[in-house]
Write a protein that binds this ligand. Structure first.
Ligand code: SF4
Ligand code: SF4
Length: 116
């Protein structure tokens, strides 16, 4: 759910998961006039929780066939911060953390080469 060129075509965390919303998600979409997203919310699903609807195949309604997120620029907070821990990454077999660490290592190495 993070940087798409790192995630794609994984999609594991966009399938079969409950995408829980926070109040800031709702107010941001209201400000952005994103009726398309607001209409994709299950307002009372599972009690007071607000969730993004899923497709019949259990994929998030905003997941595109090529693995991209249709609302990437304004996706839910929970999607922006996933994975929050190595444990969560392990459960989803998420490769994002590993790739992110590798990318950071490469940046550090590049910086070290460029430093006088
Ligand atoms: S909103 Fe986007 S990132 Fe979040 S689960 Fe749906 S497709 Fe994935
Ligand atoms: S499980 Fe990890 S690598 Fe896969 S889409 Fe989600 S964040 Fe990206």
């Amino acid at each position: 759910m993070n940087i798409l060129n790192i995630c794609s075509p994984c999609m594991k965390c966009c399938i079969g998961t409950d995408i829980r919303l926070i109040d800031e998600d709702i107010s941001r979409w209201e400000k952005e006039d994103r009726l398309d997203i607001l209409l994709a919310i299950n307002p009372h699903f599972g009690g007071s929780r607000q969730l993004i609807k899923k497709q019949d195949n259990d994929e998030c309604i905003f997941l595109l066939k090529d693995g991209r997120c249709r609302i990437n620029g304004t996706k839910p907070y929970i999607c922006k911060i996933f994975p929050q821990s190595q444990k969560q990454a392990d459960v989803f077999e998420c490769t994002y953390l590993i790739k992110e660490l590798m990318a950071k290592k490469q940046l550090d190495a590049d910086d070290a080469i460029q430093s006088p």
